[in-house]
Design a protein around this ligand. Sequence first.
Ligand SMILES: [Zn+2]
Length: 292
Amino acid sequence: MPHSVEITVYEPEDDYALYVNGVELEGFIDEDSICKTCGANQCYLDDYDEYFCPYCNIWMYKDYWDRDETHYFKRRPLEPELLWKPCKELNFCNVRFFPNDKEYVYYCPDESIEKFDWIEVPVGNRSQLKEAQVTEVYKRQANKPPFPLEKIKKVERKLSTINEKIIETKNSLIREGIICDLSKAKDAINSKQAYDILKTPIGNFWLELNGSPIKISIGSHYPNNDDKYYVEASYYIKPLNPHFEKFKSLTICSDIDLRSARLIDNLGGEHKEGYNWQVDNIDLGIVAHPYS
Ligand SMILES: [Zn+2]
């Protein structure tokens, strides 16, 4: 594997030390273990009791420092390169946990992550993983970080925007179910008809009871221009048979990629819960009324 930045690693013969790009570290080159990414020998550092690859700039093992109750060793830097390049530029991102407005800073080495992406990040003392949306991505020198580096947490992963199960369910409902198709005419609804799926120009909607699609009835409302909150149309999706047996959950499902859409606001209130998003040029609101 070629490396863009030249790295020199050596051990002096007459002294116990490890030099990386001329910087002296306490440690050694481990002749018995190799980096799986590039095949070079792993290096070991005494201060941190950790193995790393100086060429790939990676630690060999996940950081368990947080879970250790007694710390005999120093907490390792976010990446090994900071040991010989302390002013290196690092990638950070700000995230938001909806419905809260407050933003939090995370260390974000994955440079494919962009503004508005949904990611998973560790939260709290137990580093529980939670979903958050990226509000900003930026670089700062490691010696001028936006948050103390010894406390900052690292983005776990970018969340996929495509869910295969959703796509599969949608395809089978479109193929075999009764479709209420608003993609051609918006007055296509028969309120007495049992439908399987609501098809709209921006995507499809259906209901799942305990994880399986159910028959739905669909109502519509086309407001007047002078209504307080003007929307082009509202559609109401209800379970056709509301007498559930063994109720666990009722979910409104859609194949619209809401993770890559811009989340605008919380539409929750008394007896309702929901959000609105900007999807292409359309402002889409989805609200559940669990008590009606
Ligand atoms: Zn390597």
